[in-house]
Design a protein around this ligand. Sequence first.
Ligand code: NAG
Ligand code: NAG
Ligand code: NAG
Ligand code: NAG
Ligand code: NAG
Ligand code: NAG
Length: 273
Amino acid sequence: MIWILLVLAFMFSWHLLNAFSVSVPKEKYKTHYGSNVTMECTFPVGEKLDLNALTVYWDKEGKFLVKFVDGEEDLKIQKSNSRLRHLNDQLYKGKSLLHITNVTVKDAGAYRCIIGYGGADYKWITLTVNAPYNKINQRIKMDPVTSEYEITCQSEGYPKAEVIWKSRDQDLSSKATVTYSVGTEKLFNITSTLRVNATVNESFQCLFQERDTGKNISAQIVIPDNYASTKTASRTYFGTLGAVIFLGLILMLQSFRKKHVRMIAKEKNYLST
Ligand SMILES: *[C@@H]1O[C@H](CO)[C@@H](O)[C@H](O)[C@H]1NC(C)=O
Ligand SMILES: *[C@@H]1O[C@H](CO)[C@@H](O)[C@H](O)[C@H]1NC(C)=O
Ligand SMILES: *[C@@H]1O[C@H](CO)[C@@H](O)[C@H](O)[C@H]1NC(C)=O
Ligand SMILES: *[C@@H]1O[C@H](CO)[C@@H](O)[C@H](O)[C@H]1NC(C)=O
Ligand SMILES: *[C@@H]1O[C@H](CO)[C@@H](O)[C@H](O)[C@H]1NC(C)=O
Ligand SMILES: *[C@@H]1O[C@H](CO)[C@@H](O)[C@H](O)[C@H]1NC(C)=O
């Protein structure tokens, strides 16, 4: 933190001496979790860039991300986050590009590029990251005592979303219980459970609604033809499995017999010679 203040103080004194300005083609970047992003600051280079006269810093939340001084980058900083790269080969075009691969929610925030080249200046860039609730896991359970169904939808994303339940255009959201937790990647893990009386083939919809955009990602759940059918399904499965094992045993026994017969035949040959 103190280093950033010192750098800024030094750069600012420089700024007073020379009119030099950094600009940003884009102040706000919005990207998806897992994608790549390249943030850009530009500065005037004149005829030809003198790398030794150039100083570039990028910082975020009190920490340096890039330190490029006297034509050399401090690679120690780079090593602490391997997903981050300063594209040094673009500097001669007057571009300082910070490339982040496989963006995570933690990368969101305010970035600052500080550039010194004759004069000095800095600009802020904000990065927002969202992770759509693309994969909705679902589960249906029936309470054997009350015959009530418990339908669950679970998904992970960012930012926090609202879960809406619908059936035949009726809003059932008030009957659902929802739990939120935050995982290691700062993603929200949302589990919503609806408890209802339902009949076979009745369909339900859970919608994960993003608060900022109002966009919905939904899943459809149809009440299956009761649990007896899934039981018979598993019985036929085990039936088939049993048949396969039985057939395998027969085949093994047969080949064993053949070998045995051949061995006896060989022995006979041996004895007769
Ligand atoms: C992200 O960048 C990495 C390395 O630069 C590259 O290998 C990968 O293909 C890129 N991914 C996408 C989605 O562009
Ligand atoms: C991206 O990051 C996630 C979580 O940090 C990881 O599981 C995944 O393997 C990474 N993908 C690539 C292409 O590096
Ligand atoms: C999300 O939460 C549910 C229920 O709280 C839990 O069973 C599940 O393992 C969690 N998933 C992840 C990826 O953390
Ligand atoms: C299901 O129906 C029974 C009997 O009508 C009722 O007591 C119960 O509250 C209902 N359950 C739900 C979740 O609506
Ligand atoms: C549910 O739907 C399936 C296929 O559409 C149909 O064969 C079955 O008879 C239906 N069951 C009930 C109880 O309506
Ligand atoms: C998402 O679903 C909600 C509830 O059904 C609805 O009010 C809203 O208009 C939907 N948003 C979009 C973008 O379709």
